[in-house]
Ligand binder design. Sequence first.
Ligand SMILES: Nc1nc2c(c(=O)[nH]1)N[C@H]1C(S)=C(S)[C@@H](COP(=O)(O)O)O[C@H]1N2
Ligand SMILES: [Mo]
Length: 518
Amino acid sequence: MTTTNDDHPKLNRRTAAIAGLAAGALGLGGAELLAGVLPGAASPIVAVGDFVISLQPPGAKQFVVDLVGEADKLVLNLLIAAVAIGLAGGIGILARTRPGLARAAIGVGAIFVLGVGLRDRLAEPITTFVVAVAAAGIAAVTLDRLLALARAPGEAPMAEMPNWGRRRFLGTSIAVVGVAAASGVAGRALLDRGRLAASPQVGALPEPSTTAPPLPSGVSLEVPDLSPIVTPNRDFYRIDTALLVPRPDLDTWRLSLTGMVDRPFELTYDELVAMPLQEQYVTIACVSNEVGGGLVGNALWTGVRLKTLLERAGVQPSATQIVGRAVDGFTVGFPTAWALADDREALVAVAMNGEPLPANHGFPARLIVPGLYGYVSATKWLAEIELTTLEAFDAYWVPLGWAKEAPILTQSRIDVPRRGARVPAGTVAVAGVAWAPDRGISAVEVQVDEDGWRPADLSAPISDATWVQWLYRWPASPGDHLLRVRAIDGNGDVQTDMKSRPAPDGARGHHTVEVTVT
Ligand SMILES: Nc1nc2c(c(=O)[nH]1)N[C@H]1C(S)=C(S)[C@@H](COP(=O)(O)O)O[C@H]1N2
Ligand SMILES: [Mo]
């Protein structure tokens, strides 16, 4: 152990590291705040995060989602901040003996942040530059000041008194970190609110010209804790690669139809919503959803029929793939034939459960294609619909090891009782949801332990594109029991018990729940 001698101009490594950590934190926090205030500036943490996401090896997404589920974004943000601050600690140590090199390292950091920041298509180059330079400047000046403070001799009135110089250094460092954290949190809140240049609030949308049929009677089974048949927007799962929710400016946002079409065109938001709007309930699901998982939901979507847009553009017969491109460059791709099938209605949706699309779910417009997993179909923050061939283009997740074509697999989930629940003997409500869009569900069956499969009651289905609720009244006897569910789709195909991981085309297997009956 070395001890600090306040009269000694040379610092110990730990003190220098603390100075570096605090300076790095302030540079980072200040940069987030500036990025929140300056229009169009890229936040360094978000920019590095996007860069990391773009480098991900196949399988990385599944790994992260397995570990932390829908908290993947938060974890990535915190990890990047931690690594950056850790590096700053190292620069602090370097600054102890080689201040010139330390400054150069901060400069390299700024150039890196600028470089990754400018990759963002939505970033404004000038403000992104200002943020990178400011971050480096704040970090460098703070580091200098903290090191000077640490080197200043303490004014200890008595030899036995605490080491005042060191206390002042530590106190200042803690205060710096506090300010850094506050700026970071405030900056991120501003960024999440939409880079100050927020999209204008949209008023009420025009009335749909084709409304969804009224919900059939018996559409909901009254079972406590069962997933509601229509998932409220606030409870709807969210999965995407966007670290910051894109908020396109409606004044400049356009939806364009391009590629292998006879008459390419583009629409403003007003033009889009002025077209005939159609309502439709559709259940969408994420391919990453594990058996029994929550990455699935059912909503009333309102939008323009994709077929109407394709007819207007005049799709060339050789165009076999429809690519949906988002404002941030994310892409999906699905067969043209899937969207053009007579018994299927894909939408460019502008509303979800009667409200303009929430920002998280793709405002101003997104694709909803019944029957396909989100990653091949459901482009949020949609900017372009391009007609091409299946051979000519692989969408975002395909080179990363996910299937090129991905219809939603037949799945069923037990919502109640929960895993590990203790329930009293007698009649126990076993209930959940089952989906196979857009083949529909014809039956759900429940198995207790090794007994036979018993039919469950189904809610009245809204359509083949939506999930149903199911209920099995179980005559439960005391002991530990294993409950298992399977669904049979509208084609009569039974949900397979052959387990598979979500990659490459969706998880297979039966959801099981262990319960204790008392
Ligand atoms: N722009 C964009 N759209 C996207 C994605 C994305 O990463 N970026 N992810 C897709 C995936 S994988 C899924 S499962 C659905 C999820 O839609 P939700 O978040 O509204 O539930 O959006 C799809 N649309
Ligand atoms: Mo997904």
